[in-house]
Design a protein around this ligand. Structure first.
Ligand code: 13P
Length: 252
């Protein structure tokens, strides 16, 4: 049985004092869950979040990193830097980075390799646009993104990757993919991984759904056959709401 992994992506929100207050109340609300809980916070919150999450079951991730280890890359942060302060996870290839910051399948692949080289666990985002969905090429797009992203990795590394399937038309729009659609897309990603890396890897890799997840739809999404949890944007900004999502399995 695969575990459920529920990650919050705060995006460009929350000042350090807000992050500290959030973790203080959120940690009490999720202390009994058996699900894995991750908060992916802005760089400026990382240190405070790591300090305040100590002794809790909350793991901390970053939202991006550079693939080079160091050098003349003004404004960038490397995997080694993240690791050096105790960060465990990093989101790679979020659609907002692909769309606004020229992230490509190639940079995504380089970043995943650099993350592993520094013992960080990547949360790799894939997802189709509305136009691609309407043109009937969603499955082709997400399986290709997955193949490119994971190209050249060892089987044992692919097992440790978390893939987040985030249809772009569902992000921040209030439109959620139906649980059946999301599950089918995730099955096709898993199938692609199976073709390349075999049954054992495909059966173990965690694949999340992201896009307007909230407490009212989390249970339906997360109890399907292939959705192993979620990557949650807006609804992760409020501790009570995000805790309900993490504790979806306690809902009636
Ligand atoms: P929303 O949950 O706000 O739709 O964002 C999803 C997302 O992009 C998480 O990475």
């Amino acid at each position: 049985m695969r575990r459920k992994v529920i990650a919050g992506n705060w995006k460009m929100n929350m000042l350090p004092n807000e992050a500290i207050e959030y973790i203080e109340s959120f940690s009490k609300l999720v202390e009994n869950t058996k699900n894995e809980v991750i908060l992916c916070v802005p760089y400026t919150d990382l240190f405070y979040a790591l300090m305040n999450a100590q002794g809790t079951n909350i793991k901390i991730g970053a939202q991006n990193m550079h693939f080079e280890e160091k050098g003349a890359y003004t404004g960038e942060v490397s995997a080694k830097m993240l690791k050096s302060i105790g960060v465990e996870y990093v989101i790679i290839g979020h659609s907002e980075r692909r769309q606004y910051f020229a992230e490509t399948d190639e940079t995504v692949n380089k970043k995943i390799k650099a993350a592993f080289a520094n013992d960080l666990k990547p949360i790799v985002c894939v997802g189709e646009t509305l136009e691609q969905r309407e043109a009937g090429i969603a499955e082709k797009v997400i399986t290709e993104q997955t193949r490119f992203a994971l190209d050249g990795l060892e089987k044992e590394q692919v097992k440790k990757v978390i893939v987040a399937y985030e249809p772009i038309w569902a992000i921040g729009t209030g439109k959620t993919a139906t649980s059946e659609d999301a599950n089918n897309s995730i099955k096709s990603i898993r199938n692609e991984i199976k073709k390349i890396y075999g049954d054992d890897v495909a059966d173990n890799v965690i694949i999340q759904y992201g896009g307007s997840v909230k407490s009212s739809n989390a249970k339906e999404l997360f109890t399907t056959s292939d959705i192993d949890g979620g990557l949650v944007g807006g609804a992760s900004l409020v501790p009570e709401e995000f805790a309900k999502i993490v504790n979806y399995d306690e809902q009636q």
